[in-house]
Design a protein around this ligand. Structure first.
Ligand code: SAM
Length: 318
């Protein structure tokens, strides 16, 4: 795409508190083009409102925005006193250019803009300074990318255990869910009701963008590490309600093991050897039995069983 052939339009957004005693106006240049990272999405206005309402907490905090596009939330965070790094896909230089342009228009010349592609461990990712907050507005819009986004988040919150991922999500299909991936990557999530930060409006920050879209605000964090005890044998699983099944080469998987049945049909997609679990008394639900597949890993050689002593994952998920 030749950028010079595209028209730029500047849009203003004004955030204010309910007494209107404080306000912040930022301008975001949008590119008239159908690509995703070229203009402000409804999710960005909602996330920016959250950032604005949290502005005192954000002072001097280090904030990374992922998939920033035209970067409204990151710009608001920087204007509120956070040390912000903006990022978008390393393969989309025009989106990175948009990040830079939004900073320039808002007089933020020192905000770094870097290429960070979700799911990829790159020198840019590895050289990030410690982070407090990660922002992601409308980054869960293509189901095939959900895991890549969460892989990056999982990596970042392991390095920065207190960090939080503040993200807004536009409901586009009732069938899409990140629940299984959150479990897989040892993350947990809370929903933040929009009314708690005055975002339950069709008009927000002087913009009609939120409109009738269903946007949700979530905070994703690392699942608290719990005491880990090595199981001596798979049969020890009988003694415990909940365990983490670890392969030396694969991602840790959490599941709830009960003698009567466990809803972990989704685990079957992960190409793990579940025989030791079945031997230990775990049963699949009837409906999952036909999804079972050939399993060929060797328990002694390839797998470790670790027990998470405290958690009842089902309760945690609630
Ligand atoms: C729906 S747009 C949202 C843009 C902006 N956050 C907003 O809400 O206005 C999705 C953004 O993710 C970026 N993106 C897409 N795939 C990506 C990837 N694999 N890694 C990093 N960013 C990506 C796009 O360039 C785009 O800026």
């Amino acid at each position: 795409m030749n950028e010079s052939s595209h028209t730029l339009i500047e849009k203003s957004f004004t955030f204010q508190d309910c007494e209107a005693s404080q306000s912040l106006t930022v301008s975001i240049p949008e590119v008239l083009d159908s690509q995703y990272g070229m203009y402000v999405w409804p999710c960005a206005v909602v996330l920016s409102q959250y950032v604005w309402m949290a502005r005192e907490e954000l002072q001097n905090k280090t904030v990374l925005e992922l998939g920033a596009g035209v970067s409204l939330p990151g710009v608001v965070a920087a204007k509120c006193g956070a040390h912000v790094v903006l990022s978008d896909s390393a393969e989309l230089p025009l989106c990175l250019r948009n990040c830079r342009r939004s900073c320039d228009v808002n007089n933020l010349p020192r905000v770094p803009v870097i290429g960070l592609t979700w799911g990829r461990v790159s020198p840019e990712l590895l050289s990030l300074t410690p982070l407090d907050i990660i922002l992601g507005s409308d980054v869960f819009y293509e189901p095939e990318d959900f895991e890549d986004v969460l892989v990056t988040i999982s990596f970042l919150v392991r390095r920065n255990p207190h960090a939080q991922f503040w993200t807004t999500y536009q409901e586009r299909s009732a069938d899409w869910s990140i629940d299984a991936l959150l479990h897989k990557w040892d993350l947990k999530c809370i929903n933040v009701p929009l009314e708690t930060f005055e975002a339950n409006k069709n008009h927000l920050a002087g913009s009609t963008l939120p409109g009738n879209h269903t946007v949700q605000m979530m905070i994703i964090t690392r699942k608290a590490p719990t005491e880990v005890t090595r199981l001596q044998s798979p049969t020890d699983l009988r003694e415990h309600k909940t365990a983490t099944y670890l392969s030396t080469t694969k991602t840790p998987i959490c599941f709830k093991a009960t003698p009567t049945g466990a809803d972990f049909g989704w685990l079957l997609d992960l190409d793990l050897d579940l025989d030791p679990l079945f031997d230990a008394g775990v049963r699949l639900l009837e409906r999952d039995l036909d999804l079972d597949r050939e399993r060929d890993l060797d328990l002694e050689g390839d797998l470790d069983f670790l027990l998470r002593g405290v958690c009842d994952l089902e309760r945690e998920r609630e």
